[in-house]
Write a protein that binds this ligand. Sequence first.
Ligand SMILES: Cc1ncc(COP(=O)(O)O)c(C=O)c1O
Length: 353
Amino acid sequence: MIDLRSDTITQPNEAMLDAMYEARLGDDSRDGDPTVRKLEALAADRTGKDAAMFVPSGTMGNLVALMAHTGRGGEVLLEEGAHILKHEMGGIAQVAGLFHRTIRGRRGAMDLGMLGEAINAALKPNKLATALIEMETTHNNAGGTVLTLDHMAAVHALGREHGIPVHTDGARLFNAAVALGVPAERIARHTDSVTFCVSKGLSAPVGSLLCGTAEFIGRARAFRRMLGGNLRQAGMLAAAGIVALQTMVDRLAEDHRTARQLAEGLFKLSPGLIDPKTVETNIVRVDTSGSGWSAEDWSKALAAYGVRVAPGGPAQLRFVTHRHISSADIETTLAAFRELWRKAPGQPASRAG
Ligand SMILES: Cc1ncc(COP(=O)(O)O)c(C=O)c1O
């Protein structure tokens, strides 16, 4: 199967498996695990932050960040399609005890005017105080889009002006860095804390890092424990994360190329499917509304051709490229898509019978 459902399906490579086998281990919840500490130091270094903390998932990294920044109270301002809202099971309210207000976005970037207007620096008799501002880069629901450094700097400045912390969900932070052609630190300097995952395009099997000031990470460690995220000999997982950070970042450019190749092929077939110019990283969101088939229909039909794709909405397919997807796989995918396109009920040929 050509599996384009997500970059989370990537398998650890030989070097990761060797590192996991040889990792020095300890009790991370007690005296510390030396390999986890090494990964945390590397993550802090790459993001230019004082400290970092290993967590089992991006979802937990974000949740712990929400709790550690806010102390459970107030309102979080974030873009309307934020992963935290759409796919993290309401943890922001149900666990972190926070209210949220969405800000209209364009390609994942919040409208700065609206953000400024929504900020409420102090609790009022009829208004919650803003406790946190959240950004996401790359932005999953917007199609893997990358926030510009200027946008991030402007959001961070707004936060500073009002004494409000800023957290960034950078699950695919290194895709953003590669797309911008800058080290991850250049992005992370425009946020007080950032979560990134080694388990996605970087190909490690498990894990994410939350990075920020030493004081913030100290508080975050308590919340991680509260959520059951304290692991023991986690160095086995962290060892793969170290290899991921050391060897897998630059190759993300290949995933961006295959995503572009896919988008260009689909655009040639029908411009309504996707505008290749909107593809900035490894996510390609394709509009199937003109085909007469739902995204679910497409997903089933493509599976019969050996191509797995997840629906990203009723009329949207989400393709994600990664280390196991070659340029030849993209050609195979395009050939399958073309053949199905001719059969789809929305096409003139099939309407004519
Ligand atoms: C933008 C974004 N944030 C957070 C997450 C959550 O990561 P995890 O699946 O490790 O919980 C994802 C997962 O796809 C994501 O795309």
